[in-house]
Ligand binder design. Structure first.
Ligand code: F6R
Length: 244
């Protein structure tokens, strides 16, 4: 496990974006797992700048996003797909057919999740997965007590997650109760993982994920078992880690 602590969210986004560029240069048809949320904003900003300024060819990369709310269509301004279009996909020269997303409107959720697992497998597996972390320790939308063996599936969102995402919906009770998410085992199968976290409000959960017991109570603690995981933190998010 590698931990990189930088001064602030902007520097952390910059660091993570540079690591992604390095991987794209190494493998032009990289399979990149992506996340949404507040944390990712500075990361996508830098990634867009680096790709466009340095004329990095990303026409061959394939992307798979972690999750989507159930009931929202691609074009719904509150969907995670809309977030990605707005904050990344429309700002770079990425091929639409190489973008993969869970369909929150799919009638048969089980079949949709199986389709997604198959697509990831057909792509050769995820080379690099980007993650944020929820205040309850979730990764993707795998809330506490999700099985470490879980695959892509339908889940219920916790109250704390819905509260934290209220700003995108106007209020917590308008946040969908259910979502589709890559499972913990799906995430752990990625060859390399970068987790980003910023701010004091993430310090305690980051410490539990990094230094605490590996337990399904804290889904992100499973990452201690991954052989190529980098935590990119700002000073605040890293402030409760054990020293040394
Ligand atoms: C989003 C996702 C979530 C977020 C997490 C942190 O696609 O999978 O696990 O990474 O909820 O969200 P923010 O960055 O908004 O604190």
């Amino acid at each position: 496990m590698k931990i990189i602590i930088v001064n602030n969210a902007k520097d952390a986004g910059e660091k993570a974006a540079r690591l992604v560029i390095k991987e794209i240069k190494r493998k032009q048809n990289l399979v990149l797992g992506l996340a949404t949320g507040k944390t990712m904003i500075s990361f996508y900003k830098t990634l867009i700048r680096l790709i466009n300024n340095r004329k990095i060819d990303i026409s061959r990369i394939r992307t798979f996003n972690l999750d989507e709310y159930i009931g929202l269509s691609l074009n719904d301004r509150r969907s995670l797909r809309y977030y990605m279009d707005k904050n990344f996909f429309t700002k770079v020269d990425i091929k639409k057919e190489k973008i993969h997303f869970l369909d929150g409107k799919a009638k048969n959720k089980k079949r949709e999740c199986a389709r997604y697992e198959m697509k990831i497998k057909d792509a050769g597996g995820i080379d690099l997965q980007i993650l944020g972390i929820g205040q309850d320790g979730h990764i993707g939308f795998n809330e506490p007590h999700s099985s470490f063996k879980s695959k892509t599936r339908e889940v219920m969102l916790s109250e704390i997650t819905r509260k934290n995402n209220a700003k995108f919906f106007g209020s917590a009770d308008k946040v969908p109760r259910r979502a589709l998410t890559m499972g913990i085992d799906t995430i752990m199968s990625a060859k390399k993982i970068i987790l980003l976290a910023f701010g004091k409000n993430k310090a305690e959960i980051v410490a539990r994920a990094v230094d605490g017991a590996v337990s399904e109570e804290v889904p992100a603690s499973v990452l201690q078992k991954h052989k190529d995981i980098i935590f990119v933190l700002d000073k605040n998010a890293g402030s409760e880690l054990e020293k040394g």
